[in-house]
Design a protein around this ligand. Structure first.
Ligand SMILES: [Zn+2]
Length: 399
Protein backbone atom coordinates (compact mmCIF):
# COMPACT_ATOMS: atom_id res chain seq x y z
CA UNK A 1 0.00 0.00 0.00
CA UNK A 2 2.76 2.35 1.05
CA UNK A 3 4.66 1.33 -2.07
CA UNK A 4 1.64 2.03 -4.31
CA UNK A 5 1.16 5.37 -2.67
CA UNK A 6 4.83 6.12 -3.22
CA UNK A 7 4.58 5.22 -6.95
CA UNK A 8 1.49 7.40 -7.28
CA UNK A 9 3.21 10.24 -5.49
CA UNK A 10 6.30 9.92 -7.66
CA UNK A 11 4.19 9.84 -10.83
CA UNK A 12 2.36 12.98 -9.79
CA UNK A 13 5.61 14.69 -8.96
CA UNK A 14 7.15 13.81 -12.35
CA UNK A 15 4.00 14.99 -14.16
CA UNK A 16 4.08 18.20 -12.16
CA UNK A 17 7.77 18.81 -12.90
CA UNK A 18 7.10 18.09 -16.55
CA UNK A 19 4.29 20.57 -16.54
CA UNK A 20 6.48 23.17 -14.86
CA UNK A 21 9.15 22.55 -17.52
CA UNK A 22 6.63 23.03 -20.29
CA UNK A 23 5.64 26.35 -18.82
CA UNK A 24 9.21 27.63 -18.57
CA UNK A 25 9.73 30.42 -21.09
CA UNK A 26 12.41 29.62 -23.70
CA UNK A 27 15.82 30.99 -22.76
CA UNK A 28 18.76 31.97 -24.93
CA UNK A 29 22.41 32.74 -24.19
CA UNK A 30 24.31 34.47 -27.01
CA UNK A 31 28.11 34.31 -26.76
CA UNK A 32 30.68 36.08 -28.95
CA UNK A 33 34.40 35.38 -29.11
CA UNK A 34 35.65 38.44 -30.99
CA UNK A 35 37.56 37.79 -34.22
CA UNK A 36 37.03 34.00 -34.37
CA UNK A 37 37.79 33.35 -38.04
CA UNK A 38 35.68 30.53 -39.51
CA UNK A 39 38.55 28.29 -40.62
CA UNK A 40 40.24 28.27 -37.20
CA UNK A 41 37.76 25.44 -36.60
CA UNK A 42 39.39 23.33 -39.31
CA UNK A 43 42.98 24.33 -38.58
CA UNK A 44 43.16 24.00 -34.79
CA UNK A 45 41.92 21.59 -32.13
CA UNK A 46 38.80 22.46 -30.14
CA UNK A 47 37.80 19.40 -28.11
CA UNK A 48 35.22 21.24 -25.96
CA UNK A 49 33.72 23.20 -28.83
CA UNK A 50 33.57 20.00 -30.94
CA UNK A 51 31.57 18.26 -28.19
CA UNK A 52 29.21 21.23 -28.13
CA UNK A 53 28.84 21.06 -31.94
CA UNK A 54 28.37 17.27 -32.00
CA UNK A 55 25.30 17.65 -29.79
CA UNK A 56 24.09 20.75 -31.63
CA UNK A 57 24.47 22.59 -34.93
CA UNK A 58 27.34 24.19 -36.82
CA UNK A 59 27.22 26.89 -39.49
CA UNK A 60 30.67 26.84 -41.09
CA UNK A 61 30.60 30.39 -42.48
CA UNK A 62 28.61 33.38 -41.35
CA UNK A 63 28.60 36.08 -44.01
CA UNK A 64 28.96 39.20 -41.96
CA UNK A 65 28.24 42.81 -42.92
CA UNK A 66 30.50 45.47 -44.42
CA UNK A 67 32.56 46.97 -42.86
CA UNK A 68 33.77 43.80 -41.13
CA UNK A 69 34.50 45.52 -37.81
CA UNK A 70 33.53 44.73 -34.23
CA UNK A 71 30.89 47.27 -33.17
CA UNK A 72 29.02 47.24 -36.50
CA UNK A 73 28.78 43.44 -36.68
CA UNK A 74 27.85 42.94 -33.06
CA UNK A 75 24.99 45.38 -33.57
CA UNK A 76 23.91 43.54 -36.74
CA UNK A 77 23.72 40.25 -34.82
CA UNK A 78 21.30 41.71 -32.27
CA UNK A 79 19.21 43.83 -34.68
CA UNK A 80 19.25 41.88 -37.97
CA UNK A 81 20.10 45.13 -39.77
CA UNK A 82 22.80 46.20 -42.20
CA UNK A 83 25.10 48.92 -40.89
CA UNK A 84 23.50 51.66 -42.98
CA UNK A 85 20.21 50.82 -41.24
CA UNK A 86 21.31 50.41 -37.62
CA UNK A 87 23.69 53.38 -37.68
CA UNK A 88 26.82 51.84 -36.13
CA UNK A 89 28.76 52.11 -39.38
CA UNK A 90 32.30 51.88 -37.94
CA UNK A 91 34.28 51.68 -34.71
CA UNK A 92 35.19 55.34 -35.27
CA UNK A 93 32.47 57.71 -36.48
CA UNK A 94 31.76 61.39 -36.87
CA UNK A 95 28.37 63.03 -37.31
CA UNK A 96 28.62 66.25 -39.29
CA UNK A 97 25.28 67.73 -38.16
CA UNK A 98 25.87 67.33 -34.41
CA UNK A 99 29.70 67.32 -34.53
CA UNK A 100 29.64 64.23 -32.30
CA UNK A 101 32.42 61.65 -32.28
CA UNK A 102 32.15 57.93 -31.56
CA UNK A 103 34.97 55.53 -30.78
CA UNK A 104 35.32 52.24 -28.94
CA UNK A 105 36.33 54.19 -25.83
CA UNK A 106 33.63 56.87 -26.30
CA UNK A 107 30.53 54.82 -27.11
CA UNK A 108 28.01 55.69 -24.39
CA UNK A 109 25.95 58.37 -26.16
CA UNK A 110 22.54 56.80 -27.03
CA UNK A 111 22.48 59.03 -30.12
CA UNK A 112 24.63 56.49 -31.96
CA UNK A 113 22.57 53.44 -31.00
CA UNK A 114 19.00 54.71 -31.16
CA UNK A 115 18.53 54.14 -34.91
CA UNK A 116 17.76 50.50 -34.05
CA UNK A 117 16.18 48.47 -31.23
CA UNK A 118 18.42 45.61 -30.07
CA UNK A 119 16.89 42.30 -29.04
CA UNK A 120 17.60 42.81 -25.31
CA UNK A 121 15.32 45.85 -25.33
CA UNK A 122 12.56 44.13 -27.32
CA UNK A 123 12.79 41.13 -24.99
CA UNK A 124 12.04 43.28 -21.95
CA UNK A 125 9.18 45.16 -23.64
CA UNK A 126 7.28 42.06 -24.78
CA UNK A 127 6.15 40.29 -21.63
CA UNK A 128 7.34 39.70 -18.12
CA UNK A 129 11.00 38.98 -18.90
CA UNK A 130 14.46 40.38 -18.23
CA UNK A 131 17.63 40.55 -20.27
CA UNK A 132 21.19 40.25 -18.96
CA UNK A 133 24.52 41.13 -20.51
CA UNK A 134 28.23 40.80 -19.82
CA UNK A 135 29.98 43.41 -21.95
CA UNK A 136 28.38 42.84 -25.36
CA UNK A 137 28.89 46.14 -27.24
CA UNK A 138 26.04 48.54 -26.52
CA UNK A 139 24.63 46.70 -23.50
CA UNK A 140 25.94 49.35 -21.08
CA UNK A 141 24.24 52.16 -23.05
CA UNK A 142 20.72 53.51 -22.45
CA UNK A 143 19.27 52.56 -25.84
CA UNK A 144 15.70 53.85 -26.17
CA UNK A 145 16.05 54.69 -22.51
CA UNK A 146 16.60 51.03 -21.60
CA UNK A 147 19.52 48.85 -20.59
CA UNK A 148 19.29 45.13 -19.90
CA UNK A 149 17.95 44.66 -16.32
CA UNK A 150 21.33 43.15 -15.47
CA UNK A 151 24.53 44.35 -17.14
CA UNK A 152 28.20 45.14 -16.56
CA UNK A 153 29.95 48.33 -17.57
CA UNK A 154 32.60 47.57 -20.14
CA UNK A 155 35.99 46.83 -18.65
CA UNK A 156 38.44 44.68 -20.58
CA UNK A 157 40.24 43.75 -17.35
CA UNK A 158 37.30 41.66 -16.07
CA UNK A 159 38.00 37.94 -16.52
CA UNK A 160 35.92 35.53 -18.58
CA UNK A 161 35.06 33.62 -15.40
CA UNK A 162 33.67 36.72 -13.69
CA UNK A 163 31.55 37.63 -16.72
CA UNK A 164 30.24 34.06 -16.94
CA UNK A 165 29.57 33.85 -13.19
CA UNK A 166 27.39 36.95 -13.40
CA UNK A 167 25.50 35.61 -16.41
CA UNK A 168 24.76 32.24 -14.80
CA UNK A 169 23.72 33.91 -11.53
CA UNK A 170 21.27 36.14 -13.41
CA UNK A 171 19.99 33.20 -15.48
CA UNK A 172 19.46 31.13 -12.31
CA UNK A 173 17.51 33.42 -10.06
CA UNK A 174 15.91 36.59 -11.29
CA UNK A 175 12.38 37.84 -11.21
CA UNK A 176 11.09 38.42 -13.83
CA UNK A 177 13.25 35.64 -15.29
CA UNK A 178 16.20 36.41 -17.53
CA UNK A 179 15.26 34.85 -20.88
CA UNK A 180 17.90 36.54 -23.05
CA UNK A 181 21.52 36.83 -21.95
CA UNK A 182 24.63 37.76 -23.82
CA UNK A 183 28.35 37.39 -23.17
CA UNK A 184 31.31 38.97 -24.97
CA UNK A 185 35.01 38.07 -24.89
CA UNK A 186 37.87 40.00 -26.58
CA UNK A 187 39.86 37.01 -27.84
CA UNK A 188 41.00 35.69 -30.30
CA UNK A 189 40.74 39.18 -31.85
CA UNK A 190 43.42 40.78 -29.69
CA UNK A 191 45.96 38.02 -30.40
CA UNK A 192 44.95 37.89 -34.07
CA UNK A 193 45.90 41.58 -34.40
CA UNK A 194 49.09 41.20 -32.43
CA UNK A 195 50.56 38.06 -34.03
CA UNK A 196 48.63 37.72 -37.28
CA UNK A 197 46.47 34.66 -37.99
CA UNK A 198 49.36 32.88 -39.75
CA UNK A 199 51.36 32.69 -36.52
CA UNK A 200 50.27 29.12 -35.75
CA UNK A 201 52.11 28.79 -32.48
CA UNK A 202 50.70 31.89 -30.79
CA UNK A 203 47.24 31.38 -32.28
CA UNK A 204 47.19 27.78 -31.04
CA UNK A 205 47.89 29.03 -27.53
CA UNK A 206 45.09 31.59 -27.48
CA UNK A 207 42.60 29.28 -29.21
CA UNK A 208 43.25 26.58 -26.61
CA UNK A 209 42.36 29.08 -23.89
CA UNK A 210 39.13 29.87 -25.73
CA UNK A 211 38.28 26.19 -25.99
CA UNK A 212 38.89 25.88 -22.25
CA UNK A 213 36.51 28.81 -21.67
CA UNK A 214 33.86 26.95 -23.67
CA UNK A 215 34.51 23.80 -21.63
CA UNK A 216 34.11 25.80 -18.43
CA UNK A 217 30.91 27.41 -19.73
CA UNK A 218 29.30 24.03 -20.50
CA UNK A 219 30.47 22.51 -17.20
CA UNK A 220 29.10 25.45 -15.24
CA UNK A 221 25.72 25.36 -17.01
CA UNK A 222 25.49 21.61 -16.30
CA UNK A 223 26.46 22.04 -12.67
CA UNK A 224 23.74 24.65 -12.15
CA UNK A 225 21.07 22.61 -13.95
CA UNK A 226 20.78 25.20 -16.71
CA UNK A 227 22.21 23.15 -19.57
CA UNK A 228 19.17 21.11 -20.68
CA UNK A 229 16.71 23.97 -21.01
CA UNK A 230 18.99 26.74 -22.20
CA UNK A 231 19.63 27.52 -25.86
CA UNK A 232 23.24 28.59 -26.38
CA UNK A 233 24.64 30.27 -29.49
CA UNK A 234 28.41 30.65 -29.81
CA UNK A 235 29.48 32.91 -32.65
CA UNK A 236 31.67 35.89 -33.55
CA UNK A 237 31.68 39.18 -35.40
CA UNK A 238 34.41 38.76 -38.02
CA UNK A 239 37.57 36.92 -39.01
CA UNK A 240 41.17 38.10 -39.43
CA UNK A 241 43.76 38.26 -42.20
CA UNK A 242 47.55 38.54 -42.28
CA UNK A 243 48.98 42.04 -42.77
CA UNK A 244 52.53 43.20 -43.36
CA UNK A 245 54.73 46.29 -43.05
CA UNK A 246 55.51 45.70 -46.72
CA UNK A 247 51.89 46.25 -47.77
CA UNK A 248 51.21 49.86 -46.85
CA UNK A 249 49.10 52.41 -48.71
CA UNK A 250 50.57 55.80 -47.85
CA UNK A 251 48.02 58.61 -48.21
CA UNK A 252 50.54 61.41 -47.60
CA UNK A 253 52.36 60.30 -50.74
CA UNK A 254 49.26 61.22 -52.78
CA UNK A 255 47.44 64.04 -51.08
CA UNK A 256 48.00 66.96 -48.72
CA UNK A 257 46.48 65.87 -45.41
CA UNK A 258 45.22 69.39 -44.66
CA UNK A 259 42.61 68.88 -47.42
CA UNK A 260 40.62 66.22 -45.60
CA UNK A 261 39.79 64.69 -42.22
CA UNK A 262 40.41 60.99 -41.75
CA UNK A 263 37.48 59.76 -39.64
CA UNK A 264 38.38 56.07 -39.77
CA UNK A 265 41.70 54.75 -41.03
CA UNK A 266 42.13 51.14 -42.11
CA UNK A 267 41.35 48.92 -43.92
CA UNK A 268 38.28 51.01 -44.79
CA UNK A 269 39.18 54.68 -44.57
CA UNK A 270 36.39 57.23 -44.12
CA UNK A 271 37.39 60.53 -45.71
CA UNK A 272 35.71 63.87 -45.10
CA UNK A 273 37.05 66.44 -47.63
CA UNK A 274 37.55 70.00 -46.35
CA UNK A 275 36.58 73.31 -47.97
CA UNK A 276 34.35 71.77 -50.67
CA UNK A 277 37.33 70.06 -52.25
CA UNK A 278 35.52 66.77 -52.74
CA UNK A 279 36.32 66.33 -56.46
CA UNK A 280 39.98 67.24 -56.04
CA UNK A 281 40.38 64.95 -53.02
CA UNK A 282 38.58 62.13 -54.81
CA UNK A 283 40.73 62.42 -57.94
CA UNK A 284 43.97 62.44 -55.96
CA UNK A 285 42.95 59.42 -53.91
CA UNK A 286 41.63 57.58 -56.95
CA UNK A 287 45.09 57.76 -58.54
CA UNK A 288 46.90 56.96 -55.31
CA UNK A 289 47.46 53.20 -55.08
CA UNK A 290 46.33 50.15 -57.07
CA UNK A 291 45.78 48.19 -53.83
CA UNK A 292 42.68 50.06 -52.78
CA UNK A 293 39.28 50.96 -54.21
CA UNK A 294 38.15 54.55 -53.87
CA UNK A 295 34.42 55.29 -53.85
CA UNK A 296 32.32 58.38 -53.73
CA UNK A 297 29.52 57.65 -51.30
CA UNK A 298 26.91 57.47 -54.07
CA UNK A 299 29.04 54.90 -55.96
CA UNK A 300 29.62 52.44 -53.12
CA UNK A 301 28.63 49.00 -54.51
CA UNK A 302 25.06 48.03 -53.60
CA UNK A 303 26.21 44.61 -52.32
CA UNK A 304 27.86 46.35 -49.35
CA UNK A 305 24.51 47.83 -48.17
CA UNK A 306 26.69 50.68 -46.99
CA UNK A 307 25.48 54.01 -48.32
CA UNK A 308 22.25 55.35 -46.88
CA UNK A 309 23.38 56.86 -43.61
CA UNK A 310 24.67 60.34 -42.72
CA UNK A 311 27.49 58.76 -40.73
CA UNK A 312 29.00 57.24 -43.88
CA UNK A 313 31.48 59.85 -45.10
CA UNK A 314 31.55 61.34 -48.66
CA UNK A 315 34.54 59.20 -49.76
CA UNK A 316 35.55 55.74 -48.60
CA UNK A 317 38.73 53.83 -49.40
CA UNK A 318 38.66 50.04 -49.25
CA UNK A 319 42.07 48.36 -49.03
CA UNK A 320 42.71 45.02 -50.72
CA UNK A 321 42.99 42.05 -48.39
CA UNK A 322 46.13 42.27 -46.25
CA UNK A 323 46.91 45.89 -47.13
CA UNK A 324 46.97 48.68 -44.54
CA UNK A 325 46.08 52.33 -45.15
CA UNK A 326 48.29 54.83 -43.29
CA UNK A 327 48.43 58.60 -43.48
CA UNK A 328 52.14 58.72 -43.02
CA UNK A 329 54.79 56.05 -43.61
CA UNK A 330 56.48 56.86 -40.34
CA UNK A 331 53.37 55.79 -38.40
CA UNK A 332 54.30 52.60 -36.58
CA UNK A 333 52.18 49.70 -37.83
CA UNK A 334 51.62 47.61 -34.77
CA UNK A 335 49.23 44.98 -36.05
CA UNK A 336 50.15 41.91 -38.04
CA UNK A 337 46.52 40.94 -38.44
CA UNK A 338 43.45 42.98 -39.32
CA UNK A 339 39.81 42.85 -40.42
CA UNK A 340 37.30 45.30 -41.79
CA UNK A 341 37.85 44.28 -45.44
CA UNK A 342 35.28 43.27 -48.08
CA UNK A 343 32.71 40.99 -46.46
CA UNK A 344 32.80 38.57 -49.40
CA UNK A 345 36.31 37.45 -48.36
CA UNK A 346 36.17 34.07 -46.53
CA UNK A 347 38.93 35.27 -44.16
CA UNK A 348 36.52 37.91 -42.83
CA UNK A 349 33.82 35.38 -41.91
CA UNK A 350 33.13 34.00 -38.45
CA UNK A 351 31.26 30.73 -37.67
CA UNK A 352 28.22 29.91 -35.57
CA UNK A 353 27.53 26.92 -33.32
CA UNK A 354 24.40 26.35 -31.26
CA UNK A 355 23.03 23.87 -28.76
CA UNK A 356 19.79 23.48 -26.86
CA UNK A 357 16.16 22.38 -27.00
CA UNK A 358 15.42 24.64 -29.98
CA UNK A 359 18.28 23.30 -32.12
CA UNK A 360 18.90 20.11 -34.09
CA UNK A 361 21.53 17.70 -32.80
CA UNK A 362 24.44 16.86 -35.08
CA UNK A 363 23.45 19.14 -37.96
CA UNK A 364 25.88 20.98 -40.23
CA UNK A 365 25.09 23.87 -42.54
CA UNK A 366 27.44 25.73 -44.87
CA UNK A 367 26.48 29.40 -44.58
CA UNK A 368 24.01 32.00 -43.28
CA UNK A 369 24.05 35.78 -43.24
CA UNK A 370 24.83 37.49 -39.97
CA UNK A 371 21.51 39.40 -40.27
CA UNK A 372 19.64 36.05 -40.36
CA UNK A 373 20.59 35.29 -36.75
CA UNK A 374 18.24 37.96 -35.34
CA UNK A 375 14.94 36.62 -36.72
CA UNK A 376 15.94 33.12 -35.53
CA UNK A 377 16.62 34.40 -32.01
CA UNK A 378 13.26 36.21 -31.98
CA UNK A 379 11.54 33.01 -33.07
CA UNK A 380 13.21 30.99 -30.30
CA UNK A 381 12.20 33.56 -27.69
CA UNK A 382 8.69 34.01 -29.07
CA UNK A 383 9.29 37.71 -29.78
CA UNK A 384 7.76 39.76 -32.55
CA UNK A 385 10.86 40.98 -34.45
CA UNK A 386 11.51 44.61 -35.27
CA UNK A 387 11.76 45.36 -39.02
CA UNK A 388 15.07 43.86 -40.17
CA UNK A 389 17.19 42.76 -43.16
CA UNK A 390 17.33 39.09 -42.12
CA UNK A 391 15.44 36.11 -43.48
CA UNK A 392 14.21 33.53 -40.97
CA UNK A 393 13.91 31.02 -43.84
CA UNK A 394 17.73 30.94 -44.01
CA UNK A 395 18.23 29.94 -40.37
CA UNK A 396 15.01 27.93 -39.79
CA UNK A 397 16.79 24.72 -40.87
CA UNK A 398 18.95 24.92 -37.72
CA UNK A 399 15.87 24.52 -35.48
ZN1 LIG B 1 39.67 43.62 -34.06
Amino acid sequence: MVFLFFVFFLGTLIALLHHVNDDLPPKLLLVSFDGFRADYLQNYEFPHLQNFINEGVLVEHVKNVFITKTFPNHYSIVTGLYEESHGIVANSMYDVATKKHFSDSNDKDPFWWNEAVPIWVTNQLQGNRSSAAAMWPGTDVLIHNTTPSYFMNYNSAVSFEERLNNITMWLSNSNPPVTFATLYWEEPDASGHKYGPEDKENMRTVLKVIDDHIGYLVQKLKMLGLWENLNVIITSDHGMTQCSKERLINLDGCIDHTNYALIDASPVAAVLPKNERETEVYNQLKACDPHMNVYLKEDIPARFHYQHNDRIQPIILVADEGWTIVQNKTEPVLTLGDHGYDNSLPSMHPFLAAHGPAFHRGYKHSTVNIVDIYPMMCHILGLKPQPNNGTFGNTKCLL
